[in-house]
Design a protein around this ligand. Structure first.
Ligand SMILES: Cc1cc2nc3c(=O)[nH]c(=O)nc-3n(C[C@H](O)[C@H](O)[C@H](O)COP(=O)(O)OP(=O)(O)OC[C@H]3O[C@@H](n4cnc5c(N)ncnc54)[C@H](O)[C@@H]3O)c2cc1C
Length: 288
C-alpha cells in the first residue's frame, strides 16, 4: 500500500528541526525509516509532514567523552557496530545489534530511531537500561537529559514530547571488572525479540558482585529493569545457584504481553531463562 500524501522537509540543523516541529504539529521525524515507513505504508501512521533528520552532521557520530561514550541519534546500527571505541568499551552494543533485523535494517536503522520508537520488541531499549544510558532531547525550551530508566514509559511511548528531537545518547564507560551480555529469544519470522535480556555485572576484588543492572525487552509493553534480580546478585559470588535464584525473580511484578507467538506464561518463563543466561555470560566475562 502507498502512504497518504505528506509534505517533506530536509533541515540542516537541530534548531531548524525544532522550529519545523513547532510549525507542523502533525509532522514525524524521519530517521532510518525502518519502522516509520512500514507503518505509513500500512496507514497505521499518516503524518502530514516528514522532517528528514538524516543529513544533520551534529546528530551523527560517536565520540569519546572521557568517562562516557556519546552516540549521535542518527548514527546507524552499522556505524555503532563498527566503532572501535564501542567494541572496546561497550561490547554489548555490537552483540545486540548483530541480532537486529538484517543488513539493510542495520545499514539504515538508527540508534535514536530505535529508542524513540520504543517498539516493545526492540532490542536496544533493554541494552540502554542495563548500561545506564542518558538520552538528550532538544525542544523549544532548550535541552534536557532523560535517564534511560525514565525514558520508556509505555507501548511505543517515551518521555519525549512531540515537539522534541532526541539528539544523542551518553553511555557511561564501565569501570573495574565489568562484564556485559545480551541474550535474545528471537521471533523466527521477524527476528524481533520475543524476550531479550541485557545484563551488566561488576565484580569487586573479592569476586562478589558489586554492581548489577539487568533489563528485559519483548516480554511486556515496554523495556524494564529487573531490580529484584539485581538486588539478589549484589554482594554475592555469582555462582550457578546464585544466578538461578536471582533470575527466578526476574518475572516478579511484571506485566507480560500475550500474542500468537507466546503466551504470558511462556514469556514469563523465557524472561527467567534469558535473564539467567545474560547474567551468567556477563559474570563470566567480568571474571575475564
Ligand atoms: C525487516 C525488519 C526487521 C527488524 N528487526 C528488528 C529487530 O530484530 N530488532 C529491533 O530492535 N528492531 C528491528 N527492526 C526495527 C528497526 O530496528 C528500526 O530501524 C528502528 O526500530 C527504527 O529506527 P529508524 O532509524 O529506522 O527510525 P524511523 O523508522 O525513521 O523512526 C521511527 C520513529 O522514531 C521517531 N524518531 C526517529 N528518530 C528520532 C529522533 N532522533 N528523535 C525523536 N524521534 C525520532 C520517528 O519520528 C518515528 O516515529 C526491524 C525492522 C525491519 C524493517
Amino acid at each position: 500500500m502507498y502512504p497518504s500524501a505528506f509534505e517533506y522537509y530536509r533541515p540542516s540543523s537541530v534548531s531548524e528541526v525544532v522550529q519545523l516541529l513547532s510549525q507542523n504539529p502533525d509532522a514525524k521525524l524521519l530517521a532510518g525509516g525502518h519502522s516509520l515507513v512500514p507503518a505509513m505504508k500500512l496507514r497505521l501512521s499518516s503524518p502530514a509532514a516528514l522532517i528528514d533528520i538524516t543529513r544533520i552532521p551534529e546528530l551523527s557520530g560517536i565520540r569519546d567523552a572521557g568517562d562516557r561514550v556519546v552516540i549521535g541519534a542518527t548514527t546507524t546500527y552499522d556505524e555503532v557496530m563498527r566503532s572501535e571505541l564501542v567494541q572496546r568499551t561497550l561490547p554489548i552494543l555490537p552483540e545486540a545489534i548483530d541480532v537486529i533485523g538484517d543488513l539493510q535494517v542495520r545499514n539504515l536503522g538508527t540508534i535514536g530511531g530505535s529508542l524513540a520508537h520504543a517498539d516493545p520488541a526492540a532490542d536496544l531499549p533493554a541494552v540502554m537500561l542495563a548500561l545506564g544510558a542518558e538520552l538528550k532531547a532538544v525542544g523549544p525550551s532548550g535541552e534536557r537529559t532523560i535517564p534511560a530508566d525514565e525514558f520508556f514509559v509505555d507501548l511505543f511511548t517515551t518521555a519525549l514530547q512531540p515537539n522534541e528531537v532526541l539528539t544523542e545518547i551518553a553511555i557511561p564507560k564501565p569501570s573495574g571488572r565489568t562484564g556485559m551480555a545480551y541474550e535474545k529469544f528471537a521471533n523466527p519470522a521477524s527476528g524481533y525479540a520475543v524476550v531479550g535480556a541485557a545484563a551488566v555485572v561488576t565484580l569487586g576484588d573479592d569476586g562478589r558482585v558489586s554492581a548489577a543492572r539487568v533489563a528485559v525487552t519483548g516480554a511486556g509493553p515496554y523495556a524494564v529493569r529487573r531490580t529484584e534480580t539485581e538486588q539478589a546478585l549484589i554482594g554475592q559470588e555469582p555462582t550457578t545457584e546464585v544466578i538461578k535464584q536471582a533470575s527466578q525473580r526476574a518475572s516478579e511484578g511484571m506485566t507480560f504481553n500475550s500474542d500468537v507467538f507466546a503466551s504470558e506464561e511462556y514469556r514469563a518463563h523465557l524472561t527467567r531463562v534469558f535473564v539467567g543466561r545474560a547474567i551468567a555470560k556477563a559474570a563470566q566475562r567480568a571474571r575475564g
